[in-house]
Design a protein around this ligand. Structure first.
Ligand code: ATP
Length: 366
């Protein structure tokens, strides 16, 4: 692959305002700030990452040194920003937060690097979206704590070396495979963040409910966790919407029934699928007998852009084992038929799919 051909598209931009979308806008980030765990002990799940990071940070502290550079990879909303703040807090260091798309020129990066304090943590979100010249400057900065600032243009241009204080770069990316190897190799510690297990998300929901001063029982937390697509950000967001419902329509307490009823209003079903996801599955099952069908045809049937189906709906459907991408086209799995309460054509009378027992009414139930 040519590294300059890396995709720069942002799936969140294709379907903004999605309750089960994993990205957050600025407004939501402000709300989230109050819910962030402050140290490794408070950070839920990701046991291996926590254990390894704990060692890296303790050892650096014991040596009185700046921690090694850390690369965090994983889907949006799994806690990469939170972990970078925890790294700074555990090291007793300040943190500077920026992102790849904000650094389009090497000069932008030079300005940030040259203003860092000794030991400071530089969090670079979406590091895979940095410009090539900035990336090359970063190689030297990470390795030698030095950058060459080019002054002037053309034959008269001169590179002036600039010493930097030791710092810790925490890079975050949703696509570690897209980072050029020279950049990846310069991180002393790489952690891959996994989707969270339902029990871990239940703990996230309980913790957030406590901070938001919302009463919730174990079943209510389990119901929200089960619909949160393995992602703490989504769990926190669903909790806030269910809290609203509980305040307006119930006595303020979140139980399983309250959570199910609230999420039915918001069209998030029992597996965390929203209207777009179900639209894709329904078209695949009802119109194309479960496939195989080409992506473009499927997208037209759903009334969405090809990219929206491919980048917004499909990744979760594939992860959930509801849809498979095959060389012949998209194919529904038996689990998809079961989830929508439909019977596959070969199991029913010849012809189209038909509703099985249960049908659509059960989708939002507990
Ligand atoms: N392990 C965790 N325990 C408790 N809360 C968590 C955990 N991980 C994430 N959260 C909560 O989820 C929200 C999103 O986390 P965060 O912003 O760190 O995700 P991110 O991976 O940086 O997302 P993005 O890639 O979009 O920047 C925050 O409110 C945070 O408090």
């Amino acid at each position: 692959m040519n590294w300059d051909d890396r995709p720069h598209e942002d799936a969140a931009a294709l379907a903004p305002e999605r309750l089960v979308g994993a990205s957050a806008d600025g407004e939501e980030q402000a709300v989230e700030a109050a819910l962030r765990p402050k140290d490794l002990g408070e950070f839920i799940g990701q046991e291996k990452v926590r254990e390894q990071l704990d060692l890296v940070l303790r050892a650096a502290r014991a040596r009185g040194a700046t921690a090694d550079h850390v690369l965090l990879s994983g889907a949006p909303g799994l806690g990469k920003t939170t972990l970078s703040m925890i790294i700074a807090a555990e090291m007793g260091a300040p943190i500077r937060i920026t992102s790849g798309p904000a650094i389009q020129h090497a000069g932008d990066l030079a300005a940030i690097l040259s203003s860092l304090q000794e030991g400071e943590v530089l969090f670079l979100d979406e590091i895979h979206r940095m410009s090539r010249p900035a990336e090359e400057m970063l190689y030297m900065a990470m390795e030698d704590f030095r950058v060459d600032v080019v002054v002037g243009k053309g034959p008269g241009a001169t590179a002036i070396p600039l010493e930097l204080p030791p710092f810790t770069l925490v890079g975050a990316t949703t696509r570690a495979g897209l980072l050029p190897p020279p950049l990846r190799d310069r991180f002393g510690f790489t952690a891959h963040m996994e989707f969270y297990a339902p029990e871990e998300l239940e703990r996230v929901v309980h913790r957030s409910a406590l901070l938001l001063d919302v009463e919730i029982d174990a079943d209510g937390a389990a119901e929200i966790a089960g619909r949160s697509r393995g992602t703490p950000r989504i769990a926190n967001r669903l909790l806030r919407r269910v809290r609203d419902y509980a305040q307006v329509k119930a006595d303020g307490v979140i139980t399983r029934d309250v959570a199910s009823a609230a999420l039915k209003v918001y069209e998030v079903d029992s597996r965390g699928l929203d209207r777009l996801d179900r639209g894709v599955l329904e078209a695949l099952l009802r119109l194309f007998g479960g496939g195989p069908v080409g992506l473009s045809t499927l997208a037209v049937a759903v009334g969405e852009e090809r990219e929206t189906v491919e980048e917004v709906a499909e990744p979760f459907l594939v992860r959930e084992g509801l849809l498979a991408r095959t060389p012949r086209g998209r194919v529904a799995t038996p689990a998809a038929w079961a989830h929508l309460g439909l019977t596959p054509p070969n199991a029913a009378a010849p012809g189209a799919a038909r509703s099985g027992q249960g049908g659509q009414g059960d989708l939002f139930g507990a």
